[in-house]
Design a protein around this ligand. Sequence first.
Ligand SMILES: N[C@@H](CCC(=O)N[C@@H](CS)C(=O)NCC(=O)O)C(=O)O
Length: 285
Amino acid sequence: MDLKSVSSSKSFGGYQKVYEHFSPTLQCNMKFGIYLPPGVSETEKCPVLFYLSGLTCTEQNVITKAGFQKFAAQYKIIVVAPDTSPRNCNIPNEDEKWNVGSGASMYVNATEEPWNKHYQMFTYITEELHQLVLNNFPVIQDKISITGHSMGGHGALLCALKYPGRYKSVSLFAPACNISNSPTLIGGLTALVGEEKDILQKWDTTFLVKNYDGPEMEILIHVGSDDEFLTKDLLIDNFVKAANECKDNKIKTKVFLEDGYDHGYYFVSTFIEEHFKYHSSKLSS
Ligand SMILES: N[C@@H](CCC(=O)N[C@@H](CS)C(=O)NCC(=O)O)C(=O)O
């Protein structure tokens, strides 16, 4: 495994780094950001938090705009920020639309031509990158949490629901919770996995949550009341309702509707500290 260092910048006593590597799963080069808090080493390992970004993002958006490094340093949590899709794959029109193709992987495994050769993002995040991080960085192997924004909130939920018990805590910023009913996301999803209802629902967290049968899971959610995607695309209420129907009440959602905030990184950076506090409390218990 060849990890090429792209950048390394000191931040709050630790280092914000970006690496590039060839991904056999995605058949292309991928970048990811990783923040290493001050003092972490092979003898002082830390928990890790995966942060999945939203539509149009690369690894750069969250590392430059969310202001999380201060809290990652304070709570001693390694933060991994993957890119949101394969890139430069020579797929016709891959960069044409902001909600189909590059930057719009939906964190699923594609089955449809021409995307299926590269767009295996679910496996990339949950297997390849997961193992790469655990094998190459000073991570406490059973202290793993996940968070995400918008399409990345959907991605984080997919990971948590399909890998019950792996993630110690889950938190979401303005998550897309029912993507097969989202006018903005459905086009990207059907391009990747086709139009069959049963298949769409296998990648839709509102449907998946009903059959969740893992350990109890509490999910922290923040969303802004002025989020332009709130009512037609995020569909958080649908997820909450489905989660309440899940067997033995195993999923508890804590949703905070924050007055006046929109969908962007001013919103994310406002609530990022609360999410680190939340993950830290779960990771240290
Ligand atoms: N129509 C917008 C929507 C994209 C958008 O809002 N993306 C969110 C995630 S769903 C984001 O994080 N954008 C990058 C940023 O704000 O830095 C665009 O074309 O950029």
